[in-house]
Design a protein around this ligand. Structure first.
Ligand SMILES: [Zn+2]
Ligand SMILES: [Zn+2]
Length: 392
């Protein structure tokens, strides 16, 4: 049965000539994504999380009208080897606990469009990404389900709008009535399966590793390998829900958590990321300004209730360093590698040294091969700054 690669958290910079995500790059458009991702990233399943915007809906309508995409009878927008899942990222406030981001995925453009119309009176600007929606998380979940969608916490542990990172220590407190409806949880770049499996109440959830891409190169820095009987929304949903049958998530791929932007605590007054070897840091030891941005690792020390223990359904998690994070590989070298060798995923994990040598110099070849063998040191990220890779 075919294995597909899925990245379910991709933003849109502009659509139909309008700005959609202000912090995303302008050339992150539906058209560029469709052209670029299958060839350069080797991914087949893309969750677009700004289809709540009428501008993105218009672009997708155009592709459907032109016959470049088609509605699959069991959900999703498909072309030959591509499945697009229409989705939305929402910011929802839990009274007295704070705001967090959630993702909703829908079987059709129509369902996503109707959902976006239903939430319009609860938000400020329907054209923009990740709008604050004046609905309680449970009310939003119910609404998503009424349009046949499913709902998942986004980047769950981050101090910046992660429900477990900055709102509650336990999902049951955010979803007292609908907890069984939450089947998945997005890990975010600063966490992996091993870290998340220190919280026993998450053991029944399927962990999503997605890129939260705000530009084309960042698509596919995290993804999943899924076995599906067909490229459709229903097959993907069955895999994520671990329904009995052949559809299943086989593996998660992602950054080593140290490379994430919020891995360790960061004091914005001292400008300091607390290094990997220290114990959990919840207040800055050097100043008392209270400007600490809690790290995902540090947060998990607070909410963990067991040493890491993964349930038997948990697929393996493979670490990879994207080309753009490897020292000495700039955009030109990256482009040359992709043109001559193949998609980034292939370059990183499978390519032969001879193939690489035909495209780039020996130093870059060695960097890629040593990265594949884990011969590097990681400098942890925090407070919005990515971690770094140092070759050893
Ligand atoms: Zn978000
Ligand atoms: Zn996002």
């Amino acid at each position: 049965m075919p294995a597909y690669y899925a990245d379910l958290h991709i933003h849109i910079g502009t659509a139909a000539g309008r700005l959609v995500k202000v912090t995303a790059s302008r050339d992150l458009t539906v058209e560029r994504i469709i052209q670029f991702v299958p060839r350069e990233k080797g991914l087949s399943i893309l969750g677009l999380v700004d289809v709540s915007s009428p501008a993105v809906q218009a672009d997708l309508q155009g592709l459907l009208a032109a016959g470049r995409l088609a509605e699959h009878p069991r959900g999703g927008l498909v072309s030959e080897q591509l499945l697009i899942i229409p989705g939305a990222e929402l910011e929802l406030v839990l009274p007295d606990r704070g705001a967090a981001h959630y993702l909703a995925y829908f079987p059709s453009l129509e369902a996503c469009t109707e959902f976006s119309i239903a939430i319009r009176s609860y938000l400020t600007n329907p054209y923009l990404s990740t709008q604050n929606v004046a609905l309680a998380p449970e009310a939003a979940l119910e609404l998503v389900e009424s349009y046949q969608g499913f709902f998942t916490p986004a980047h769950a542990f981050t101090p910046h709008k992660g429900v477990l990172g900055c709102c509650v220590p336990d999902l049951a407190q955010a979803f007292p009535s609908f907890l069984p409806h939450i089947l998945t949880l997005e890990l975010g770049l600063s966490a992996d399966t091993k870290m998340a499996d220190t919280v026993s109440s998450l053991s029944q959830l399927t962990f999503l590793s997605s890129s939260d891409a705000h530009s084309l190169p960042k698509i596919g820095r995290e993804y999943m390998r899924v076995n599906l009987v067909e490229l459709s929304f229903e097959a993907l949903r069955a895999a994520l829900a671990r329904e009995p049958g052949l559809n299943m998530v086989e593996a998660n791929y992602g950054l080593a958590p140290l490379l994430g932007k919020y891995h360790r605590s960061f004091c914005s007054a001292c400008g300091r990321i607390f290094a990997a070897s220290l114990a959990a840091v919840t207040t800055c030891p050097d100043c008392s300004t209270g400007h600490l941005v809690l790290g995902v690792w540090d947060r998990l020390q607070q909410i963990a209730d067991q040493s890491s223990r993964s349930p038997s359904h948990r697929p393996p998690y493979y670490y990879q360093v994207p080309l753009e994070m490897l020292p000495g590989i700039g955009p030109k070298t990256r482009e040359k590698l992709i043109q001559r060798v193949g998609p980034e995923k292939y370059i990183l994990n499978e390519s032969q040294p001879e193939e690489l040598r035909e495209a780039v110099g020996e130093k870059v070849v060695q960097t890629i091969l040593r990265a594949r063998q884990g011969q590097y040191e990681l400098v942890p990220g925090g407070g919005g700054y990515y971690g770094r890779v140092k070759m050893v």
